[in-house]
Design a binder for this molecule. Structure first.
Ligand SMILES: Nc1ncnc2c1ncn2[C@@H]1O[C@H](COP(=O)(O)OP(=O)(O)OP(=O)(O)O)[C@@H](O)[C@H]1O
Ligand SMILES: [Mg+2]
Length: 467
């Protein structure tokens, strides 16, 4: 059974028994506290709507009942739109009857339920209890998500990193596009999730899409979905990620990899909130917030024609730039200890620690793969060491270079190339495409280098650390 719950009943019909019957039913339940008041929309203008919402927020009920006449149902869209955006408590509408089109429109605007007479305990109370229970569960879930993906997981005390973290709650609060830039492994996705889960959209989906990983011809299908029969093999309609993210956030990772034709369509959607699934003549709407990320210089991509300037401006309303790890070396010990604690627990080696020398070694490295590389190096060391203290030779970092005089120029060049490739593979967890891109090489040329140096790519892949 429920623990006490507060219900606010707003009766918009002054001369009807509907509100009175509802009040009687609600008051018959011992665990519901009901406040009832007559309300007005005065033609749906902004001022009474604002006042109404302030009054609901002040009282913070678990559930709101709106008793509406059929004619008011048609006029109250601005009220519901605002209620949806401000996310007050769940709302049930009670009306004598309703046109199915109006009811559907209300449900789309976020009304939780629509009830018509008979106003009986049997008809009303189970729905009330169910909704209150759902909303309580939802709130607990959102709180857990906020803790899990919020700011706590963003480790680092350096000034440049803190400056970014400080902005996240502010950015989360406004509903505009964000563009996160930073080298690979600097925490762009982590920040994107924090922005979403600290925003009012936290109870709706966070939908990531890696624009670089989807073949060109499939990008639009992924984003917009398709109608049944849109192309050979499309035996069923499929919703796109834009629809899945409705009400939530769409994370466009590696956004510079979007083909130009898809950039045009994405821009049109961002401007109008309307899109057409492939093969469909009908425009659909979806309310998403975009968070885009890229590890290349997007202004440069605009200059070279790889990225449309209008889309770049549309995405870059709020820029967030993550500093590389080598520019905030003071964060290395804290991050390393964080990963040490977490992987030691995972691998059941709780008594493990870094020696002073190994910490020095971590501090001296340049970390081209940033925090991801550090995480992988620490995880590997913990998995493979048999000691309780991690020493420098447990760290899979490029060996100290031989000094000039000990080696020929040719040997030094070969050695440099091998170490460079191994570093990249380590930074990108053995992902050839990413590593090749970071080296500004095409995939095939990069493979040739790997073969030339007899490098075992599998040993760099995620999961290989637990061998
Ligand atoms: N400040 C941080 N605190 C704790 N963990 C971090 C931090 N920054 C990054 N990480 C960890 O490093 C890894 C890489 O982070 P993330 O995926 O967010 O990077 P990215 O910038 O999106 O990289 P890429 O450009 O390669 O996609 C993740 O496992 C993440 O948890
Ligand atoms: Mg990423």
């Amino acid at each position: 059974m429920l623990n006490d719950a507060d219900i606010l009943l707003l009766d918009f019909i002054s001369e009807s028994s509907l509100g009175a019957s509802l009040l009687q039913v609600l008051e018959s339940a011992p665990d519901l506290r009901v406040q009832s008041q007559l309300a007005t929309l005065s033609g749906g203008g902004a001022a009474p709507v604002g006042e109404l919402i302030r009054s609901i927020k002040r009282r913070g009920p678990n559930l709101v009942f709106l008793v509406l006449s059929q004619s008011l149902l048609k006029k109250s869209h601005s009220l519901f739109q605002t209620l949806k955006e401000t996310q007050v408590s769940p709302i049930i509408v009670l009306s004598e009857a309703g046109d199915p089109g109006d009811i559907f429109a209300l449900l789309k605007l976020g009304v939780a339920d629509f009830i018509t007479p008979p106003v009986s305990a049997y008809n009303i109370l189970p729905r009330v209890w169910w909704l209150i229970e759902q909303s309580r569960r939802g709130r607990t879930l959102v709180r857990t998500l906020k803790e899990k993906f919020g700011l706590n997981q963003l480790i680092g005390e350096s000034e440049s990193f803190r400056a970014v973290v400080k902005k996240i709650p502010l950015i989360a609060g406004c509903n505009t596009s964000v563009l996160i830039s930073g080298e690979t492994g600097t925490g762009k996705e982590l920040c994107a999730r924090a922005i979403h889960y600290l925003s009012p959209r936290a109870h709706k989906p966070f939908v990531p899409i890696n624009c670089g990983a989807i073949p060109t011809e499939l990008v639009e299908n992924e984003l917009f979905g398709h109608k049944r029969g849109a192309f050979t093999g499309a035996t069923m309609a499929q919703t796109g990620l834009i629809q899945e993210a409705d009400g939530g956030s769409l994370f466009l990772d590696e956004v510079d990899s979007l083909p130009l034709a898809s950039q045009v369509k994405l821009l049109r959607f961002l401007q109008d909130k309307e899109y057409r699934p492939l093969g469909s003549a009908k425009a659909l709407t979806s309310d998403v917030r975009t968070i885009a990320a890229s590890n290349t210089d997007l202004e440069e991509a605009v200059k070279t024609g790889k990225m449309r300037q209008d889309l770049y401006y549309r995405l870059n309303i709020i820029p967030l730039s993550l500093p590389p790890l080598r520019e905030r070396r003071q964060d290395i010990p804290q991050l390393a200890s964080h990963f040490l604690a977490s992987y030691a627990a995972d691998f059941s080696k709780p008594a493990i620690a870094f020696s002073e020398e190994s910490l020095q070694r971590l501090l001296a490295h340049d970390w081209p793969g940033n925090v991801r590389e550090l995480e992988n190096v620490v995880a590997r060391a913990i998995a493979l060491t048999e000691r309780e203290v991690i020493e420098p030779d447990d760290l899979d970092l490029p060996r100290a270079r031989k000094t000039a005089g000990q080696t020929s120029f040719r040997e030094a060049k070969v050695e440099f190339e091998r170490v460079y490739i191994e570093d990249l593979l380590l930074a990108h967890s053995g992902n050839i495409s990413r590593a090749a891109r970071a080296a500004h090489k095409d995939r095939r040329a990069f493979w040739e280098l790997i073969r030339k140096h007899h490098i075992d790519v599998n040993s760099f892949r995620a999961g290989s650390i637990v061998k």
